[in-house]
Structure formats: structure tokens, C-alpha cells
Design a protein around this ligand. Structure first.
Ligand SMILES: [Fe+2]
Length: 376
């Protein structure tokens, strides 16, 4: 490549990096005249990148693939044929639309390139500039539709998780004594679930379940929820209805149907003395057993109207003592073995949430300090 060509290529690259309005099209042809014709035909409407062979083109795709919407490539080229080049592109950047230029009709090449390269269209050479323009325009429309669908899906997902966080934060701030409770329970549950080697989907669900485990408390009267002292038997009976109320709220959301069972079971006990269904042992969903441990640890290490917070060490001793009665003994053992990690998360939930969260990985939540700072 001459210094003049190099300069021209650099200008094109800089131009397209600075110009987000136009789509970027990569044109690949070993014959300089053809390359210039392709460039002239398309450059008014698009940012154009050029390459003289498949190998050079692959380097460009590797570097700028995310910004390229469409590739027009010649089939017959030295170094690498157009179809071979497209196969590589399909693997690394499947979203890019591909148009092949061929000198003659070879049905085998055309059929296999449609199948193997996910080819959008082929154009016979010599081509009419208008024909190329129409093909590229259709390809760009297809690219935009698929891109917009992806954005729409991402936005929906973002809205879904932001809503869950908003509900969870609203719940945590309803009672000043449980400020940040749902987030910390989520964290401890995730630390335990991660140690159990549960898959990413399960981890994401357990994160949602942790955030929503006490959602039924939204229906509890504030006089009971924020009572400054021990609850009467009658008040406690009302309070005990929150897992079932939570289940009823969550079950209406299709994506959260499985989680509703976990919400319902977070006050069950391993020995069958819990509520609402007095389930025993492994009849309690695994996530329910995990959240129960996390929930009790957080209750013990938080100040409540009727007592001050227990130390981390005392809470861990209690968990050891209650393994096999209140808690699943295997989970309790693992929880105790994760004592340092749990303690670190308790002291700095904001940082820990960034580390463990699957939801926050997808979108950047702003976690407000007031909702994560533990009462002391
Ligand atoms: Fe609860």
C-alpha cells in the first residue's frame, strides 16, 4: 500500500469513528478499479472502508467489526476467496450483513455461500451501480431492524430489573430498622449460591428472589412493621402471613413464577417447624433454604426495636448451633466456611453488590448509600 493510499485509509477510519450517523460498509476487491467503483457508488451514503483481499479485510473486521454494518466482497480473490472470508466473519461478527460479488453464476457457490456464510445477497459482475445501491440499502435495513430489536430487548430487560430494584428499595426503606435488609440478604444468598456452583441463570433468579423475598411486607400495616417493641401473638400472626402474600404478588409475573415458591418458603425450617407450610428438609426449595440462612444472619446482625445487633461471630455461632434444626446442615456448614466473605459483604454491601450481582453486570444500577448502609 502506497503512503498516499495509507493516508486515505487512515482518513476513512478516522472519519467513520467520528461519524456515528452513517452506517459503515466494508468493500473488498483485489482489483483496484473495481474497488474504486464500489467506493464511488456507495460513499455518499455510507462510511466506506476498503480492503484488497480477505486477509486484510479480516484484520479490519477484527478491529472495527462492531462498527461495520455491511460487507460487499468479491468472490474470486487471491489469498482468500470471498466465501471463505465470509465464513470467518459469520463466526466472529454474525450481525454483519454480507453481499457477494461473483463473475459468473455458479449455483454451487451461491447455494453454499447462502447456507455457510449466511449470505444476504449475491450480485453478478459487472453490476449496475443502482443495483448495488438497492442491495446495500436493503441489507442496511435488515441490519437496523435486528439492531433495534436487540436494543429493545436490552431496554426491556433493564426496565424489568430496575423495577425489581425499585420495589426492593421501597421495601427496605419502609421500615428504618430493616434498611438495606433485602440487598444484604441477596448478597449473602449469592455468596452461598456461588459456592454451591449453581449456574448463571439460577444465580440471576436467586438475586431476584433475594431482592423480593420480603415483598409481602408491603401489605403489612406500618403499625406492626415499625412497632417499637416485641409483637403481640396476634400481630405476629399477621406478620407471618407475609411469605404467602409475597408469593401471591410475585406469581402474577410470568417470569417470576418459580421465584414465587422461593419467596413463600423463606421462613420454613429444616426440622419442619417453620411457616407457612411446615415443610421439612429437602421438601423446602433449595433457594428457600439459602435465603432462610441469609435472612436469619442479617436479622441477627441488625439492630431491631427490641434488641441491639449481635456481633458477626455470635451470629455465626448461632448458625452452627441451629444447623440441622432450623437450617439445612450442609448449607449451614458452607455458610460458616464463608464467614469472612459474608462479613466483608456486610461491612460494605455497596462494593460487594457490584462484585456479585448478575443484574448489575448487565446494567449499571445506581445503588444509593441510604439503602445499603446497615443500621448499627
Ligand atoms: Fe421474611
Amino acid at each position: 500500500m502506497s503512503s498516499c493510499e495509507l493516508r486515505e485509509s487512515l482518513d476513512v477510519v478516522l472519519n467513520f469513528l467520528n461519524n456515528d450517523e452513517k452506517h459503515t460498509v466494508l468493500v473488498v476487491d483485489d482489483e483496484e478499479n473495481n474497488l474504486q467503483l464500489l467506493k464511488r457508488t456507495l460513499r455518499g451514503q455510507y462510511n466506506i472502508l476498503t480492503a484488497h483481499n480477505g486477509s486484510e479485510a479480516l484484520d479490519i473486521v477484527k478491529q472495527y467489526g462492531d462498527k461495520i454494518s455491511l460487507i460487499v466482497s468479491d468472490q474470486k480473490m487471491p489469498v482468500m476467496e470471498g466465501t471463505e472470508f465470509f465464513k470467518h466473519v459469520r463466526e466472529t461478527n454474525p450481525q454483519i450483513i454480507k453481499i457477494l460479488l461473483t463473475g459468473h453464476v455458479d449455483t454451487d457457490i451461491i447455494v453454499s455461500s447462502i447456507n455457510d456464510c449466511d449470505l444476504f445477497q449475491y450480485i453478478l459482475k459487472p453490476f449496475e451501480p443502482e443495483e448495488l445501491k438497492i442491495a446495500v440499502e436493503s441489507g442496511i435495513t435488515k441490519y437496523s431492524m435486528s439492531y433495534n430489536n436487540k436494543i429493545f430487548y436490552k431496554e426491556l430487560r433493564e426496565l424489568f430489573y430496575k423495577t425489581i430494584r425499585a420495589i426492593s428499595n421501597a421495601l427496605d426503606t419502609k421500615d428504618s430498622y430493616t434498611n438495606g435488609h433485602s440487598l444484604r440478604v441477596t448478597l449473602y444468598s449469592m455468596i452461598l449460591a456461588k459456592q454451591l456452583g449453581l449456574d448463571e441463570d439460577y444465580m440471576e433468579d436467586i438475586e431476584i428472589a433475594g431482592l423480593l423475598h420480603d415483598i409481602g411486607k408491603i401489605a403489612m400495616p406500618k403499625s406492626i412493621l415499625c412497632k417499637n417493641g416485641k409483637l403481640t401473638d396476634e400481630e405476629f400472626a399477621i406478620m407471618k402471613s407475609h411469605p404467602v402474600r409475597g408469593e401471591k404478588i410475585v406469581i402474577n409475573i410470568k417470569k417470576l413464577q418459580m421465584i414465587s415458591e422461593w419467596v413463600k418458603s423463606h421462613h420454613e425450617r429444616w426440622d419442619g417447624k417453620g411457616y407457612p407450610d411446615a415443610l421439612k428438609g429437602e421438601n423446602i426449595p433449595l433457594a428457600g433454604r439459602i435465603i432462610a440462612l441469609a435472612d436469619t444472619y442479617d436479622a441477627m446482625t441488625s439492630t431491631r426495636p427490641y434488641r441491639t445487633a449481635l456481633s458477626h461471630e455470635t451470629a455465626i455461632s448461632e448458625i452452627k448451633r441451629c444447623a440441622g434444626t432450623q437450617f439445612d446442615p450442609r448449607l449451614a456448614d458452607i455458610f460458616v466456611s464463608l464467614s469472612d466473605e459474608i462479613d466483608d459483604a456486610r461491612k460494605n454491601p455497596e462494593e460487594a453488590y457490584k462484585k456479585y450481582s448478575f443484574l448489575a453486570k448487565n446494567i449499571n444500577f445506581k445503588i444509593s448509600k441510604e439503602t445499603t448502609t446497615q443500621q448499627s
